[in-house]
Design a protein around this ligand. Structure first.
Ligand code: SAM
Length: 248
């Protein structure tokens, strides 16, 4: 945490990083709940849009040092400089199974072995949809996703019915579009056999992007259409990436 700039040399939290620190702690607390009874000796985790990887390092530490479960973690990011930085740090601490790769997560060339858990923390806009698509298509048992900015629906949605009032004012339209996006994502995950909880991840004061989709695969399913989502998309004239990618 010191090397990542979250802690000072005196192990105090850097003031400007306090919100990030809160987010990481809360994320790990939620994992701690979910993995209370996990009895495997190893766990494979992918972090999509890992950025500077505060969370990725914390999750590695949590499983390796606290749970005594051997983690294998790959963090994906499109930015080469942060990936290099994170690999250097991982080598420095001898975290041999914590690797970072430069990769566009919208592409179909990601990890092809069995994955136990997928995490995302504020992966930009539709990057979250591609992460969820990977999770669903690869039957990843656990998905914990905190979406970020959601421009996709906001940029397209047109008046079309009962919700028109919510589209009149920019700020409300933006928030409504974000909630609609996450509702659609949750519904799709449910459709494909996940039990989905939508949680307030941290208090609004620590991040306005504070919804987590906590998902556990119960039963593999392959739906071809979701009438509820389809009707809303047609009525309000927008497309949604996760839906377009999965229902063909
Ligand atoms: C807001 S940052 C969050 C970083 C980190 N997860 C955190 O919470 O501190 C979003 C990250 O997603 C990465 N990203 C966005 N689109 C991506 C894509 N298509 N493929 C890979 N990484 C992507 C960005 O480069 C950025 O580092």
């Amino acid at each position: 945490m010191r090397d990542l700039g979250i802690f000072t040399n005196e192990n105090k939290i850097v003031q400007s990083k306090y919100d990030k620190f809160k987010q990481i702690n809360r994320f790990v607390e939620i994992l701690n709940d979910a993995f209370k009874n996990f009895n495997k000796k190893e766990i494979t985790i992918l972090d999509f849009g890992c950025g500077k990887s505060y969370l990725t390092f914390a999750v590695y530490y949590y499983f390796a040092k606290i749970k005594n479960i051997k983690p294998k973690i790959i963090g994906y990011d499109i930015k080469e400089d942060v990936v290099n930085f994170c690999n250097t740090l991982s080598n420095k601490y001898g975290y041999e199974n914590l690797k970072f790769l430069v990769n566009d997560i919208t592409q179909d060339n990601l990890f092809s072995e069995k994955v136990d858990m997928l995490i995302t923390l504020h992966a930009c806009d539709i990057a979250t949809d591609f992460a969820l698509k990977y999770g669903i298509k690869n039957y990843v048992p656990y998905i914990f996703s905190v979406p970020c900015c959601q421009h996709e629906i906001n940029n397209q949605i047109k008046c079309g019915g009962d919700f028109d009032l919510l589209l009149k004012y920019g700020l409300i339209k933006e928030r409504f579009s974000a909630l609609l996006t996450d509702s659609i994502r949750a519904e799709i995950l449910k459709d494909f056999g996940y039990k989905v909880d939508v949680l307030e991840f941290v208090d609004f004061a620590h991040s306005p992007k504070n919804i987590m989709l906590r998902c556990k695969l119960n039963q593999k399913k392959s739906p071809t259409k979701n009438v509820l989502i389809n009707d809303i998309m047609e009525k309000y004239n927008f497309k949604q990436t996760l839906y377009n990618e999965l229902y063909k």
